[in-house]
Ligand binder design. Sequence first.
Ligand code: FAD
Length: 467
Amino acid sequence: MTSRRAGGYDYDLFVIGAGSAGVRAARLTAELGKRVAIAEESRVGGTCVLRGCVPKKLFVNAAHYAEAFGDAVGFGWRVEGVHFDWPTLTSNVAGDVSLLSSIYIRNLEKAGAEIIPSRAVLEDAHTVRLVAEHRTVTAEYILISVGGRPRRDLPIPGIEHVITSDEFFHLERLPKRVLIVGGSYIATEIASIFAGFGAETTIIHRGSEILRGFDNEVRHELCSALERRGITVMTNEELAGIAEAAGGGYIATLKSRATVAADQVLLAIGRHPNTAGLGLEKAGVTVDGTGSIKVDACSRTDAANIYAVGDVTGRLQFTPVAIREAAAFVQTVFEGRPTAVDYDNVPVAVFANPEVGSVGLSEEAARERHPSLDIYRSHFKPLPYRVAGRDERMLMKLVVDGETDRVLGCHFVGPNAAEMVQLVAIAVKMGATKADFDATTALHPTLAEEIVTMARPAERIRREAAE
Ligand code: FAD
């Protein structure tokens, strides 16, 4: 049965998918007094809250205690008898995640949006079928914010044995030996968590270096640091098959014919947009070769009244970006201010151990765009590490335009890198020059002070005009 109010649609806006993007768009639009419904086939909150950023960061926090206890000894603490309990962690994290999900629900309800617990698919450009409720509804505008899901489609024998980040947070036991397939930020984060808890951890990655897209020095630095923490990183390697081992666990065979024994094999090789079976073709919405929905700068699809935001569009797949796209959608459609999101200088972090924080251009990307660069680098031992007896350094790197003195990129590997890059991103976004950094007095003793005390470039790169 299709319901349609006389002379109009059931809703001004129907949102499909209640993750970071969908919830923000639904809430903001409802606050404008519009009639809004949002359908969610799983739990309100989406990837970030339920199986991404939030539980991941809490697991990262948990794993860090292992090193903190080790460091504490150098500061005079006696820490014998400390003990880690996996079920306590998983159940407390699950509780926190449920609380966040309920806060999202409360905020949507408070704003006046109707939450519909159902899968929703498109019937045409204005009609949505609510699968669980066997009915259809209509809307003037439809927003698709269905996100993505981890890839599991490796055509290899034994693929049914793998888990992905989705299942990681619900493992009943902490595995003793783990094989992580992939070199993405998610792969390195999960590897660091497992290794922190003492699991024998191996990463295999088909490229020659982990963390594609990051500054090359950052990639080397993180890889060496992971190896120093006992993680085996095998590059130029691919998974060829998985078989159950006689004594329990699995034997993974690699393309090189090497084998790795593991109790858990976790695939972190990327994500697919959730577009299958969504009825896009019935509504005139098109996708690119990866299945991501094609949109213009204001997130409009090929169907004039249908927009798409967040991971499903395959742009920058981070929560704050999804939220910005959602807010820009509301401004464009319901506030009469066409708004495009600015994707330049978005700060990013890898919550591995050690952390990575980056904003702006890598040295490699800067070399392609700028003929003249100054590279500043500091590689120093953080103050507490000496007393803790930890033999590790922090990397800070500035990529500066040699012609304008503008800071093009800022990269950190080490403690609190993510917190540092969030703050320095303001300066980079504002177009700060190296002279502005130099004019800022250091705050002592901090790690971050190094970023304003790099006196001389480690390298000056000058490309000839004829090149
Ligand atoms: P999602 O949050 O995925 O929401 C989509 C929602 O749509 C889901 O709830 C889904 O159930 C629902 N849905 C799908 N199809 C339908 C349908 N047909 N009908 C009804 N409902 C439907 N980003 C960061 O910024 N920082 C991080 O540290 C970070 N860590 C991450 C760690 C992991 C392990 C993962 C997987 C991701 C991480 N991300 C991180 C990325 C971040 O989670 C995503 O960019 C963000 O969640 C995207 O939001 P979204 O609203 O586009 O999609």
